[in-house]
Design a protein around this ligand. Sequence first.
Ligand SMILES: NC(=O)c1ccc[n+]([C@@H]2O[C@H](COP(=O)([O-])OP(=O)(O)OC[C@H]3O[C@@H](n4cnc5c(N)ncnc54)[C@H](O)[C@@H]3O)[C@@H](O)[C@H]2O)c1
Length: 262
Amino acid sequence: MKLNGKVAIVTGAGSGIGRAISLTFAREGASLLVVDINLESANETTQLIKESVKMDNAVSFQADVADPENAEAIVKAAIEHFGQLDILVNNAGVGGMGSVVDIDYAEWRRVTSIDMDSVYLLSNRAIPAIQKSGKGRIINIASAMGLIAHKASAPYSAAKAAVVHLTRQMALDFGENQITVNAICPGIIHTPLIDPAVQMDIMREWYIKKTPLKRLGKPEDVANLALFLASDESDFITGAAIPIDGGITSGTDVLHGPFAVS
Ligand SMILES: NC(=O)c1ccc[n+]([C@@H]2O[C@H](COP(=O)([O-])OP(=O)(O)OC[C@H]3O[C@@H](n4cnc5c(N)ncnc54)[C@H](O)[C@@H]3O)[C@@H](O)[C@H]2O)c1
């Protein structure tokens, strides 16, 4: 097992990508603090781990990761339950649409505090604990929209781009502690976050048409990359922002204009 004896915190672990990462890590032997603002969904993930992994290696924890008061309690809970901390996955996130004119400041702060500030808040408390383990991992779930800007998504694109660059910055600061810091940049992954759009034929067909690999991503696609980044196999990778997007950020067909081929 690739994560035997490791302890991980996964935020936003009650749904979609965070749930898939939690299940994958648990199957590979990690003990997990399953953090979500929604306790019921965190409990569902913990229960799924118990059923599928047949191990009692996950504990649910309810917290809003955007609240500065909570970071210390989250890290403390991981240490109290499992005695150490090795891996932090900053996955919790929300979408945020609109141009800078469309959205008000409250909406700007809501999206950026969850998608960006939480990465700072959790890392600030988790890294000193991870340092005690001698080596460790920070994995930030950014977005393809953190690599290329997207129309009418000002707070989300800005927050995810900030997460990509903070990832690189943190990699510089903690390399000597053997803590690797990497970002995963998913494209269109079929999770509850985008399910309402995927249920519309016109949207699902559009997503598939625009994705070079001609399918939607699955949460397990992202979980497999997270597992690689969490494992010893990625020991010499830090500061990377890895797209997992079926090719969306590889380029554009804009020069074909309206004659673009499918
Ligand atoms: N699904 C995609 O296509 C896609 C693409 C790019 C990036 N991402 C990113 O992946 C991450 C996970 O997205 P998902 O698609 O699995 O979404 P999801 O909505 O299925 O799951 C997100 C989880 O985060 C939790 N959460 C939200 N706000 C929180 C808070 N303040 N504190 C604690 N928990 C909170 C939710 O309760 C939910 O369980 C997000 O950061 C998202 O931006 C997703």
